[in-house]
Design a protein around this ligand. Structure first.
Ligand SMILES: [Fe+2]
Length: 212
């Protein structure tokens, strides 16, 4: 993660994928709450919790070997199975939630790779920490919590337009076409529509929180 020095001489942390996912998620939710007539006080409260929880979506990757996370080439099926565990490991960090913040962080960590069409993972509904190596049939549609449906779009968009060890950054139009194509398959169609509708705000966030 790249840092820089502020005018006051103290180090300022560089921006990252996590910062952008948190900011995109909040912007998507802000619009969703407007459309659904969520009272302002309720929406503002949820947004504050959502931002930090969304930033922690991949916290379970702390338990995955770096050699797999940073592998430049295609993952083997065995490696992919290991990386899939990050959603269960992440949810386990918040297994006994003591606050709204804990509960939402758990919900997002667990569900952000579920897919609208039911082909995602982990498909685990209870006993998340009992066995972090088994997966069940994917959750489908609105069985996937709204928070995770929002983070799924924010996370994938940012990954597509960013450089990764295994790929060059995609051009913006290509990433948006991907989201459109995956609407109703990987993603909740309503969330994709909202994302495309507020794309100017998303682009502004992307520019503001660009790495480097
Ligand atoms: Fe993830």
């Amino acid at each position: 993660m790249k840092g820089e020095t502020t005018a006051l001489g103290s180090p300022r942390r560089g921006t990252s994928h996590e910062d952008r996912v948190g900011a995109y998620a909040v912007e998507i939710y802000r619009h969703w709450a407007d459309v659904h007539g969520i009272p302002k006080g309720e929406a503002d409260g949820f947004r504050d919790v959502l931002k930090i929880s969304a930033m922690l979506h991949d916290i379970g990757k702390a338990g995955i070997p770096e050699a797999i996370l940073q592998k430049p080439g295609r993952l083997t099926p065995a490696e992919y199975t290991i990386i899939k565990r990050h959603v269960l490991l992440g949810a386990c960090y918040f297994e006994n939630p003591h606050s709204d913040w804990d509960a939402l962080a758990r919900e997002i960590a667990l569900n952000h790779h579920e897919r609208w069409d039911g082909t995602g993972y982990p498909g685990v509904r209870e006993g998340v920490c009992f066995d972090t190596t088994s997966f069940g049939p994917g959750k489908k549609g609105r069985e996937i919590p709204l928070s995770a449906r929002i983070v799924a779009v924010a996370d994938v968009y940012d990954a597509l337009v960013s450089e990764r060890p295994y790929k060059d950054p995609w051009e913006e139009g290509r990433a948006l076409r991907y989201l459109r194509r995956q609407s109703g398959k990987q993603f909740d169609p309503e969330i994709v529509d909202i994302f495309l509708e507020i794309h100017e705000s998303i682009a502004a966030i992307r520019k503001d929180l660009a790495e480097g």
